[in-house]
Design a protein around this ligand. Structure first.
Ligand SMILES: Nc1ncnc2c1ncn2[C@@H]1O[C@H](COP(=O)(O)OP(=O)(O)OP(=O)(O)O)[C@@H](O)[C@H]1O
Length: 245
């Protein structure tokens, strides 16, 4: 996956959100897209997913440009877990997942058995027939992830998948991401939890004010600075201590 010289200014905004952002990652990586509030992480992810159009620049996913000729292939290969829970609260978990499976052309017994398998994997097997509005934050987050992987993507993009969930759900989600990556699925995710990113990511990109600041493996970035003991130190080294709007 590669982005090159991405620029984006939202309609009516005074400042650009992306100012020439470029980075590229190897297939099979677990990539952490890190940055302070307002750095441009969600904008970048939204462009990668095709939800937001960049003003200029290029995006390549599995070496394919994001054009009309490759749209369907990219949709098949990519799964997206948005920051906001994107489920129908009045529907049960199974009804939600059938709906999302249908969007990817999955149907019938095959879809139901895949839903059952994932409900089991995510510890939700007893709650499949419960309406989602009765779920805890962690249960909603786990269901949201299942909705994004039913079609078995090769690249999974997640925007703060572990934000606002308890330690148990977080641990389960991280364990799942590790295992899923071992099966050959590339993962790109955003987080403000740098300790978590340090343990799970094979590579990180720190962005700020819409530009790439630095990219590398957590170990290499830490080793590069004698005053940095961990990824949080590296992050503060590059982005400073000033609070952001
Ligand atoms: N729809 C929008 N319209 C106008 N400005 C926007 C819009 N979405 C984001 N922005 C602005 O673009 C900049 C980057 O926002 P973005 O959400 O991409 O950052 P982020 O790194 O994901 O931040 P956070 O960590 O707070 O989620 C911010 O200044 C934000 O206010």
């Amino acid at each position: 996956m590669a982005v090159k010289d991405l620029h984006k200014t939202y309609k009516g905004a005074l400042e650009p959100s992306l100012r020439g952002l470029s980075f590229s990652f190897q297939k099979d990586a677990i990539v952490g897209l890190l940055g302070p509030n307002g750095a441009g992480k969600t904008t970048t992810i939204s462009i990668l997913c095709g939800l937001v159009k960049a003003d200029s620049g290029q995006v390549k996913i599995f070496d394919m440009p994001q054009d009309a000729a490759h749209r369907e292939e990219i949709k098949r290969l990519v799964g997206v877990v948005p920051q906001q829970i994107a489920l129908f609260p009045e529907l049960t978990a199974i009804e939600n997942l059938v709906y999302f499976g249908n969007l990817y052309g999955l149907k019938g017994k095959g879809l139901r058995s895949r839903i059952d398998e994932y409900l089991q994997l995510f510890g939700l097997e007893k709650n499949g027939n419960k309406e989602v509005h009765r779920f805890s934050g962690g249960m909603k987050r786990r269901t949201n992830i299942i909705a994004a992987i039913l079609h078995q993507p090769q690249l999974l993009i997640l925007d703060e998948p572990t934000a606002g969930v308890d330690v148990q759900s977080r641990s389960m989600i991280l364990q799942f991401l590790r295992e899923y990556n071992k099966q050959g699925v590339s993962i790109v995710y955003t987080s403000h939890l740098l300790e978590e990113a340090q343990t799970i990511c094979s590579e990180v990109a720190i962005i700020d004010e819409g530009r790439l600041i630095v990219q590398g493996t957590p170990d290499a970035l830490i080793a590069k600075h004698s005053n940095c003991r961990n990824l949080e130190d590296v992050f503060l080294h590059y982005t400073g201590y000033a609070v952001r709007d």
